[in-house]
Design a protein around this ligand. Structure first.
Ligand code: NCD
Length: 295
């Protein structure tokens, strides 16, 4: 049987995603069997992470797997060689899946050519973060129902540099959502077929979902905004702007408080950030079980 990887959201068809979500829902309902008993999962994060790595590890352990974590912040040797060597070394330990995060786009895909087990992308450069998009879609469905045809979402922030935006644009578009990108011009992709807006207040009036994103300062080669404060005055999701509009508010974390979302909206019941974190564990359990057990 061919090895199935999750390097970007396109690796799963709509049908496969529906099955994945059914499984995640079972886990959410506490119907959990140790289906990864005696399996070895290696997580290797070449870039910092707080919740994604722990989320994968909790997910793997919930299903009974053994987890080994390698934390490699930087590497001095030449990249191609390092990656090839790393892949060969990890593979020699016969893991059942490898979860990888890397600052360069495309690394999980390259690794998938060198190993005998599924590769799961935990985020690569500004390219893709498939499990984040899956957990975002799963969370949206929890509040808005399964039929999202023509539901409206505003994705707000540093879209150009955001792998979360990239994966969500692909996935949410496929599930029929109507997407508007809201950002200053320098944070918008240079070409896009989607609607764009520089006016947050106006767009919020028209949507059902707001997804705020962090300004990806580590990916900027030069300063992209006068200051984060200036950015916030135009694009921070505040209670004043949202008013009593019936929306749900998402953010992948880590949140820049009062830059991305203000204190009041972060503690507002419409803010689903912690529900996203909880759902992330169920989604990652479902991904690991599906790829490892071929179910
Ligand atoms: C995101 C990431 O690392 O891509 N965070 C996450 O995985 N929860 C978003 C970000 O860093 O802004």
């Amino acid at each position: 049987m061919a090895i199935k990887h999750l390097t970007n959201t396109r690796d799963f068809t709509v049908g496969e995603i529906e099955k994945l979500f059914q499984k995640a829902q079972k886990y959410k309902n506490k119907l959990i069997k140790k289906t990864l008993q005696d399996k070895l999962i290696i997580t290797i994060f070449f870039e910092n992470s707080t919740r994604t790595r722990s989320s994968f590890e909790v997910a793997a352990k919930n299903l009974g797997a053994n987890v080994v974590s390698l934390n490699i912040a930087t590497s001095s040797s030449s990249k191609g060689e390092t990656l090839f060597d790393t892949a060969a070394n990890l593979d020699a330990m016969n893991p059942h899946a490898i979860v990888v995060r890397h600052k360069n786009s495309g690394v999980p895909k390259i690794l998938s050519n060198y190993v005998k087990c599924p590769i799961v992308n935990g985020g690569d450069g500004s390219f893709a973060h498939p499990t984040q998009a899956l957990l975002d879609l799963f969370t949206i469905r929890q509040y808005l129902g399964n039929n999202l045809e023509n539901k409206k979402i505003a994705i707000v922030g540093d879209i150009k540099n955001s792998r979360v935006a990239n994966s969500n644009i692909e996935l949410l578009g496929r599930f029929g959502l109507d997407i508007t990108l809201v950002a200053p011009p320098q944070f918008l992709p240079s070409t896009t077929k989607l609607k764009t807006s520089h006016n947050l207040k106006q767009t919020i009036k028209e949507v059902d979902i707001v997804m705020s994103l962090r300004t990806q300062t580590e990916r900027h080669t030069s300063q992209m905004y006068a200051s984060l404060k200036d950015y916030a005055s135009d694009f921070c999701i505040t209670k004043e702007i949202v008013e009593d509009k019936n929306i749900i508010l998402l953010h992948p974390g880590p949140v820049h408080r009062n830059i991305d979302i203000d204190d009041k909206m972060l503690s507002d019941p419409r803010c689903k950030v912690l529900n996203q974190v909880e759902n992330g564990v169920y989604i990652r359990m479902a991904v690991l079980d599906t790829l490892i057990n071929h179910t």
